[in-house]
Design a protein around this ligand. Structure first.
Ligand code: FES
Length: 106
């Protein structure tokens, strides 16, 4: 089970194990990581699972589709490395994945 490292806006780190095939969002919610709200349950319609996936990790996921790209524009602080974590399936390649959380989802 790959370990994922969530870092909140204040610099606190949370290390979580994720199952292969589980979304980054599901792993965060299961571990009660503060800051990932996921109000729509993973249907890509709420944008409250927003996070930043910096290099080198950003390239290790499929590019966002049109729906995700549109929803990312609804986030409060979008950046070039913004993703919706419900759209990021964990694979064995993601051991040590770092996910930086925005200060707010609203
Ligand atoms: Fe709603 Fe990801 S959980 S968009």
């Amino acid at each position: 089970m790959p370990k994922l490292v969530f870092i909140d806006a204040g610099g606190r780190e949370y290390v979580v194990e994720a199952a292969i095939g589980q979304s980054v969002m599901r792993a965060a919610v299961a571990a009660q990581i503060p800051g990932i709200e996921a109000l729509c349950g993973g249907n890509c319609v709420c944008a409250t699972c927003h996070a930043y996936i910096g290099e080198p990790w950003y390239e290790r996921f499929p590019a966002p589709d049109d729906t995700e790209s549109a929803m990312l524009e609804c986030t409060s602080e979008p950046r070039e490395d913004s993703r919706l974590t419900c759209q990021l399936p964990v694979t064995a390649e993601h051991e040590g994945l770092v996910i930086r959380l925005p200060a707010s989802q609203h």
